[in-house]
Design a binder for this molecule. Structure first.
Ligand code: AMP
Ligand code: MG
Length: 412
């Protein structure tokens, strides 16, 4: 144990290793139309059925010529036109040129295109203000972008909006994708009310369920929302049974901290194999993890920032592995200069919320968002990064270097 390990608390890396090691990726695959495949994970390498472009074509509006003719410096006769989709049918013979538009097929007999800005059309033909150009000047060769049979997407990639037009350019109308994990989730707590209801004394709106749903969908999983479940043994047990029968993963929030924990704990002792962990992470200390029959169970803490944070740090890598998204990578850590003080005591890894910017010297700088309470969700909303302060680190003074993880590469 290092100087600052806290007895009884599980370091975040150990928790993550344990969780990910126990996951087997889903393997069921099916064909999906390309225009519905966004966010799905590719089940097998995608190879291009064609060359792209399928024919050599012009990169400019201008004139297709043979370089030997250009060197002679004589006007060339326009023998025809090659437009996009309407190629020139014949061959361009010496002394001639072909009027050509961007994307149009290069006529036989031509080995360069001169842009129209360098051409002048006279009664004698077309003259050019250059006498020498490189072979294949302004010509996009066949297969310039992709060769037939090239692997363009690897198995385990998750389809992004950037991949869709690429596959469309290859004429790929359907892709083999993996089934998405189905995630059942519910909030627990007598105080929680769904949106649209009026709050009575002592009640609050259920926010975690909406956050979990948003993240689950963003991670490319199917969401099964089971609502708010009151702190009642039998109702909770029935909900757990329904959830584990219908989903690959069951996520709950609340009721895992000391006191209430026993309630969920009793049920799970009865129907599953669950460990109740105390993590060396702040916020987010209480976390339950295990299985209920074939379903994976994640019990998030109730505090909203803790719930989102454990989703991000522990559940996201688990879902990535379960989804077969083998190209998923842990968020990168970027060193940044603290421009404010960060309160911290040694013992747990802090995921504080920060606002970063890049200064005039091109360095990352980061300031705290202020209130870092585990119920203060505004700190997440106004932030654009996590400030990850190591387990054994104490208070951070202005000017010290800290590691940040940008939201746009993590929480999307
Ligand atoms: P618990 O883990 O159930 O003891 O809850 C810890 C704190 O988080 C309490 O203040 C709860 O009211 C709050 N909380 C629990 N679940 C939710 C939820 N779904 N949405 C918002 N706050 C919650
Ligand atoms: Mg509760």
């Amino acid at each position: 144990m290092g100087c600052c390990d806290t007895p009884g608390l599980m370091p975040i890396d150990s928790a993550l290793t344990k969780i990910v090691a126990g996951i087997s990726p889903l393997t069921d695959a099916f064909d999906m139309p390309l225009d519905e495949a966004i966010g799905y994970v590719i089940a097998e390498d995608v190879r291009s059925p064609i060359n792209v472009p399928p024919f050599a074509n012009s990169a400019m509006d201008g004139y297709a010529i043979h370089r030997d003719d250009l060197a002679l410096g004589k006007p060339l006769v326009i023998a025809g036109r090659s437009f996009a989709g309407v190629p020139f049918a014949g061959e361009c013979t010496p002394g001639n040129c072909i009027r050509i538009m961007t994307g149009a097929k290069i006529p036989l007999g031509c080995n360069a295109v001169i842009m129209q800005e360098l051409a002048e059309v006279t009664d004698q033909g077309v003259t050019f203000s250059v006498t020498k150009v490189a072979d294949q000047n302004n010509i996009r060769p066949i297969g310039d972008d992709v060769f037939q049979n090239d692997v363009v997407l690897k198995q385990g990639a998750r389809l992004t909006p950037r991949d869709i037009p690429l596959l469309a350019s290859l004429g790929v109308a359907t892709v083999k994708v993996l089934r998405r994990p189905k995630i059942a989730f519910f909030s627990t707590g007598d105080e929680l009310r769904p949106l649209g209801s009026t709050l009575k004394e002592g009640q609050i709106y259920d926010s975690n369920r909406y956050g979990i749903k948003a993240l689950v969908k963003n991670f490319g999983c199917e969401a099964l929302d089971l609502g708010v479940i009151p702190d009642d043994y039998e109702t909770l047990k029935q909900t757990f049974l329904k959830a584990k029968n219908e989903a690959d993963v069951v996520i709950t929030s609340g009721g895992v901290s000391v006191g209430e924990a026993d309630f969920i704990k009793d049920i799970l002792d009865d129907i599953g194999q669950i460990g109740f962990w105390k993590l060396a992470i702040k916020p987010g200390k209480p976390f339950a993890y295990g299985t209920i029959d074939d379903a994976i169970f994640c019990g998030l803490p109730g505090n909203p920032v803790s719930a989102m944070l454990t989703m991000y740090v522990l559940v996201q890598p688990m879902l990535a592995k379960l989804s077969g998204h083998s190209q998923w990578k842990q968020p990168e850590s970027i060193p940044a200069i603290a421009t404010s003080m960060f309160k911290k005591a040694p013992g747990r890894t802090d995921y504080q919320r920060g606002i970063y910017q890049i200064n005039e010297q091109g360095q990352f700088e980061v300031a705290t968002t202020g209130n870092q309470g585990s119920g203060a969700f505004r700190s997440m909303s106004v932030a654009n990064c996590f400030v990850v302060l190591e387990q054994d680190r104490g208070r951070v003074q202005t000017g010290e270097t800290v590691n940040i993880q940008l939201f746009n590469s993590t929480l999307y």
